[in-house]
Design a protein around this ligand. Structure first.
Ligand code: GAL
Length: 681
């Protein structure tokens, strides 16, 4: 409140930020596995109000057709509030608020849900002494959220939460991202990663991000700032204040469904956490509280037991049994993190590690879903991120993301993407290049897809159709593929089915064990074939060379054709690449300047002629900008794992701007147009 300090005429307001880490301000006091960048990194608003104004409106929806709004007004005590309930531009109801609470029921409205995120606006006008003093608009949705026994219900229906944790950090710019990039992240989580929830680890995140979650229907678990460490009494008071601020600032967002009122992964402290729980519940009785712990059997003051379940190590079950985690078997249990540091994966790691990361995410999600004892699994994490020296891979980067820090997908991102019903996702975990495998043996290749089935073609001949997945609890479990012979022995060699099946079994076993080390079982089968079908060892070697090893042959082309609703849709074609190009993608080429700066992320990948990524390409790029834009990063960079990015930023002027990306593969250019923000629709 600067009223008392300003004078008539021109004033200058200086905002000074002390961004040093202070041990009595959360999250500080001990180490933290992420960077807490300093400075003013969100938009700053100067708000001009009359003496009487609406300080706050808290809108709740006790049922899917009723609304309650509580007003806090500052200034004149003698006032009336006029309200309009609006659907876009259309006024559905209007009238005068009696006292400071508005209650409306039997409304004919649609609920807000992830699949149909319908938003309404409550417009309120404050009238004092016959004059309109203030107008406030609150966007909200009709939705309910409650725990019943061990389950969670959204709009009265049981829901399973599946998603990822997010740090709001980018290369070069830290947290200081434009509205556009904040919003874009929500869309990536929902449409590229197929999540229905995000956890804003480990602090409340940009209002733009959360407002986009409202708009597109992405649920949010948000929490107070902190990481493992609890400080002294003053520190704790600040954490309670942070709880208050979090709830007051975010409680009108329908997307937010859980308040995280514990310091992430801290020890039990019942007195302290009673205060944070009370604070959240007193300001918002409509949402469950939770708080993330790695402790088993810690005390539960919240409605939901959130637990970082890092028990999965690749071969064992994906989740720990509920009874080993908490004695509150009748309360909801949520996995709030999994994988992450248990399996850091770089975009340029070997096929094996990238595939394994994806399968670990699949196993945790599958097993959490299967046992009926979890309300969801939110895994670690959306993207790689910068961190302190004790974490990360020695280069202060945590490679825990299913995407790299430029939001380019690793294999695990395709697993997540394939969990959605909308759109067509199909990705194969292998380039099918045998040279990338020990002894040239591919073993099991995995297909991440939401297709109903996948037809596999080898050199234009269909060899098999795949649809079954061992991940039985997932609607779109990863599909294994290892039989590279399919039906070719029947169609090409004219063998009867029985003969083809036995020979195929032996040839596939030879792939797995090598001819020299074939287990006895297969040797016996081979002997049977030789006698029964009068085949020689040489015949076997010929078939092996023709249908399996592929070395020195004419080369293989593999096509994985996705089938949706009995129709061919997206497909993946894999063959030895011979021509490469850069894929340069941005969600917009029109930026707006004048209301702060605008920025957009340009994602870059090296692809072959079939649009497959070259995951081992470390390609130098030189970045040049001209005109009305600048590059938030450096002029030189190297694509890692075939991927990278540029952040293009406006620089205070309008007009045209060009981004040129030069590499051995040629020059890619994008023309941008920077307009005045007043031209925004
Ligand atoms: C958790 C922690 C996260 C992150 C993660 C990595 O213990 O809460 O912030 O460090 O480990 O897996």
């Amino acid at each position: 409140e600067v009223t008392d300090y300003i004078k008539k005429g021109e004033n200058e307001i200086l905002v000074k930020v002390d961004g040093r880490e202070s041990s009595n301000i959360p999250p500080f006091g001990f180490v933290i596995d992420y960077l807490t960048y300093t400075g003013i990194y969100r938009d700053v608003f100067l708000i001009k109000k009359n003496k009487s104004y609406i300080e706050d409106v808290f809108v709740t929806t006790p049922t899917l057709s009723s609304l309650k709004a509580e007003y806090t007004v500052d200034g004149d005590k003698d006032y009336t509030i006029l309200y309009q309930l609006m659907d876009g531009g259309k006024v559905l109801e209007k009238g005068e608020v009696q006292g400071s609470t508005l209650s409306l029921s039997s409304l004919s409205v649609s609920p807000w849900s992830p699949s149909s995120p319908k938003l309404y606006t409550l417009r309120s006008t404050l009238v004092a002494n016959g004059k309109e003093m203030d107008t406030k608009e609150v966007e909200f949705g009709f939705r309910t959220i409650e725990t019943r026994g061990k389950d969670l219900y959204l709009n009265g229906e049981r829901i399973f939460l599946q998603g990822l944790n997010r740090h709001q950090a980018w290369p070069y710019i830290g947290y200081a991202a434009s509205e556009r990039m904040q919003r874009e992240d929500a869309r990536i989580l929902k449409y590229e990663l197929g999540c229905n929830i995000v956890r804003t680890s480990h602090y409340p995140q940009s209002q733009y991000f959360i407002s986009e979650c409202d708009r597109i229907g992405l649920l949010v678990f948000t929490e107070i700032p902190g990481w493992q460490h609890i400080g002294d009494e003053e520190w704790k008071e600040r954490a309670v204040d942070n709880t208050r601020d979090m709830v007051l600032q975010y409680r009108n967002h329908p997307a937010v469904i859980i308040w995280g009122v514990r310091i992430n992964e801290s020890q039990d402290d019942d007195d302290f956490y009673k205060k944070t729980n009370d604070m959240a519940r007193s300001l918002d009785p409509t949402r469950p509280t939770s708080g993330v712990r790695y402790l088993e059997n810690s005390s539960l003051l919240e409605d939901i037991y959130s637990y970082n379940d890092f028990s999965h190590s690749g071969k064992n079950p994906g989740v720990k049994e509920k009874e080993k985690v908490t004695k509150h078997k009748d309360k909801p249990l949520l996995i709030s993190e999994a994988n992450g540091h248990m399996f850091p994966t770089k975009a340029y790691d070997s096929w094996e590690r990238r595939q394994d990361q994806a399968l670990r995410h699949a196993t945790v999600l599958n097993d959490a879903k299967k046992d009926n004892n979890h309300i969801g699994a939110i895994q670690w994490c959306m993207t790689d991120y910068a961190t302190h020296r004790d974490f990360g891979s020695g280069d202060r980067i945590c490679y825990h993301g299913v995407m790299d820090s430029f939001r380019n997908p690793k294999d695990a991102a395709y697993f997540w993407g394939s969990q959605q019903e909308k759109g067509q996702v199909i990705h194969v975990s292998s380039s099918m290049d045998i040279g990338d495998y020990n002894g040239g043996i591919r073993g099991k290749v995995w297909i991440f897809t939401n297709a109903d089935s996948v037809d596999v073609y080898k050199n234009n001949k269909k060899i098999t159709t795949l649809s079954s997945s061992p991940y039985s609890a997932l609607s779109h479990g990863p599909i294994p593929f290892s039989d590279t012979i399919g039906n070719l022995l029947e169609t090409e060699e004219g063998f009867p089915k029985k003969k083809a099946d036995i020979i195929k079994e032996c040839l596939n076993a030879a792939v797995e064990y090598g001819f020299q080390n074939l287990p006895k079982k297969y040797l016996l089968k081979l002997a049977y074939i030789m006698v029964r079908y009068k085949m020689s060892f040489k015949d076997g070697v010929r078939l092996f060379e023709k249908y399996v090893s592929g070395w020195g042959g004419k080369g293989e082309e593999w096509k994985f054709q996705g089938i949706w609703n009995n129709k061919e849709g997206k497909s993946v074609t894999l063959s030895h690449s011979s021509s490469l190009h850069l894929e340069v993608k941005t969600s917009t080429t029109v930026l707006y300047e004048g209301n702060g700066y605008d920025e957009t992320l340009v994602r870059i990948r090296v692809l072959d002629e079939n649009d497959n990524l070259l995951p081992y390409a470390q390609l130098p790029l030189s970045i040049e900008v001209s005109g009305a834009i600048e590059n938030a990063g450096f002029d030189l960079m190297t694509l890692e794992g075939g991927m990278g990015g540029v952040i293009v930023k406006t620089k205070g002027v309008v007009g045209k701007g060009t981004l040129s990306i030069k590499s051995l593969l040629g020059t890619e250019e994008i023309e941008f147009e920077v307009k005045n923000h007043e031209e925004k629709q």
